[in-house]
Ligand binder design. Structure first.
Ligand SMILES: [Zn+2]
Length: 285
């Protein structure tokens, strides 16, 4: 059903159209995505509704009022899972009671201390990142990432039971030190966080490592027969799984020297080498 023309989302029914900051789409009868189109990050949150629990994968930049929107999409208790600790994935954690994160020292530090207003302003609100007006409830001057309580610390290989199905935690560093993907064999989807997506993989950020990224792609390839679609944490969703072997070949070309890079600067002033392929890029320092 075509409802909205946004590239990458035009095949899906847009729901809750009066929501001022996010755009929500129904992907299947029990999967929604919530996209943040007016922030440069273009974060895409995935909501998978089990028979007992609704799993919310990432919480975005913290600008929109996320919880009421999620509660319009499901009446199940919500478990938040953050795929890693970059700020555009954790912003609204403070609105939720149940949060599961990967057990890593970096993750534990951020959950315990949050981040300062200065860091939040730089990462989320610096010039050019937000298009159009901020929501009325959001006070940009006092915005910080508040500390939050983690109710479950995840390990590699853990299963998250949402009633009727489980999602497996696959530790996949390379863009962030604590990044993981979630494999839902029942729905045949791979929730691929920031490492398999249409766009750039930001391995030039602190904690990024292109060798780890290659190993993570190889690890995901082991499960290639277990899923059909890829649901990333940025941009368009419900991607064909053939993107994964293309990205593995891309990162191997980067490592072997077969790929040429162009020097670029990101909106935060960080220099990087961009290895550009047809529909994705591998960004390294
Ligand atoms: Zn991200």
């Amino acid at each position: 059903m075509k409802e909205d023309g946004r590239p990458g989302f035009e095949s899906f029914e847009r729901v809750c159209k009066d929501e001022p900051w996010f755009e929500a789409y129904r992907i299947t009868s029990d999967i929604f995505v919530i996209h943040e189109p007016r922030h440069y990050e273009g974060t895409t949150l995935t909501l998978i509704i089990g028979t007992q629990v609704a799993l919310l994968i990432d919480t975005g930049c913290g600008i929109g009022n996320l919880r009421p929107l999620v509660e319009r999409l499901t009446d199940k208790p919500v478990l938040v899972v953050n795929t890693h600790t970059h700020l555009d994935h954790l912003g609204a954690n403070y609105q939720f009671d149940n949060v599961a994160m990967f057990d890593h020292p970096v993750t534990r530090r951020i959950a315990e201390h949050g981040v300062s207003s200065t860091e939040y302003q730089f990462e989320i609100l610096c010039d050019g990142l937000v298009e159009g007006p901020l929501p009325e409830h959001f006070d940009a001057h006092s915005a910080i990432l508040q500390p939050f309580t983690v109710s479950r610390w995840l390990q590699d290989g853990d299963q998250i039971d949402i009633g009727g199905s489980q999602l497996e935690v696959l530790f996949t560093p390379g863009e962030a030190v604590d990044n993981f993907c979630l494999l839902d064999r029942y729905r045949r989807i791979l929730c691929s966080s920031d490492i398999v997506l249409l766009g750039g993989v930001w391995s030039h950020l602190p904690g990024g490592n292109v060798h780890d990224l290659a190993k993570s792609y190889q690890r995901l390839m082991v499960h290639f027969d277990d899923f059909d679609h890829i649901m990333p944490s940025h941009g368009p969703t419900w991607l064909d799984k053939d993107l994964l072997p293309e990205m593995l070949a891309g990162v191997q070309a980067v490592l072997s020297g077969a790929s040429k890079a162009v020097s670029c600067t990101d909106p935060w002033g960080r220099r990087f080498q961009n290895h550009k392929f047809d529909c994705f890029g591998i960004q390294i320092r």
